[in-house]
Design a protein around this ligand. Sequence first.
Ligand code: NAD
Length: 402
Amino acid sequence: MASRRIGGVLLAGSRALSRQHGLTGASAADSQILQRHLQFSRFSYSSAAGGESKKILGVFFAAHEYAKNPEFLGCVENALGIREWLESKGHKYVVTSDKDGPDSELDKELADAHILITTPFHPAYMTKERLAKAKNLELLVTAGVGSDHIDLHAAAEKGLTVSEVTGSNVTSVAEDEVLRILVLVRNFAPGWKQVSEGGWNVAAVVHHAYDLIDRTVGTVGGGRIGQELMKRLKGFGLKEMLYYDRNSLGAEREKELGCKRETDLDTMLSKCDVVVVNTPLTDQTRGLFNKERIAKMKKGAYLVNNARGAIADTEAVKEACESGHLGGYGGDVWNAQPAGKDHPWRYMPNHAMTPHISGTTLDAQKRFAAGTKDMIDRWLKHEAFPEQNYIVREGKLASQYL
Ligand code: NAD
């Protein structure tokens, strides 16, 4: 294994050294980031300051050179900024970005971990089989919102607790949804691409560009993000703002948001120029936007989905964008992440797709890092979490996941 020296630290193969210091997977050993990590690692597992020592395992994406920004908490290098705190209490904190395949670091480290931290942005798919192998596991914390990457029924059967930092990034996502609606309706992306490549062709953009004013927008899901979106769209002079949800927001809240509830999804879809998905991925919502449902939408309507990729059928969306039945599709979530190079949503016409970014701005990271720390702190002190953070508790799933 090749050795190299970075900033005075001899790296005996970045992977091995990183692993030794609880920073496993990817090329996490780079430069100052590793030094900062080593500095924090001086507390040993055996020096627990009283109480039980726990092994906490975190799975985050690797940020490499971008991790130099200390505000960038949500990556494997900075690991939510909780290493010093956990280690000072005598706990062992191992982090990795290596999450897929049977020989992943995640699988190796999971065997004796007590607490698992994952994020929806680099989802560690916690299948029933994986959970079965995690003999010591007690708690799974999602640093963010959306725990569908965990088999929640299997977690409930095993008596595990699953929690999210509920509300931590809902404004981040709602802002992004406003952006994506406008990117699609105004046909922004082709214009940006054109000038970046040295071109100039007004017609090629405006033949498919509209205003949002006087249009009807509907959100499927009127929970936290749905309501934040409706609040933000109030100033756009829409014809109607509609929502479809199992629960009514009540007359007062509807008045405040300027919205109207539709109790039948297809009826709402037939009225909307723009539809935004804001439900969790559950057994009921998986594949909700299939060929038949998309056919119920107005011809040329736009679909925005920052909720979960698997709520929309990959082929049906692609075909609808190609045929023009959908005026465009935008979102940051994919049915498996990272998305494969050949994923059709990368190449279909009129898309506004990005990697999973909307809920992980630096501001959102700060909030979900603080929320994760708070829950781990409470767990270690045997204290309860804020009620809305429980996703699986004592064998039961939270209502939004049923
Ligand atoms: P929330 O729990 O506040 O709201 C979800 C709403 O969906 C609830 O009002 C619920 O009643 C409704 N719902 C659930 N199943 C339904 C069904 N079958 N039919 C009708 N309504 C149904 O959640 P939220 O904070 O608004 O987040 C929603 C989802 O957005 C998350 O579960 C997550 O998947 C996704 N999300 C994505 C990002 C991102 O970065 N892209 C970030 C945060 C959340």
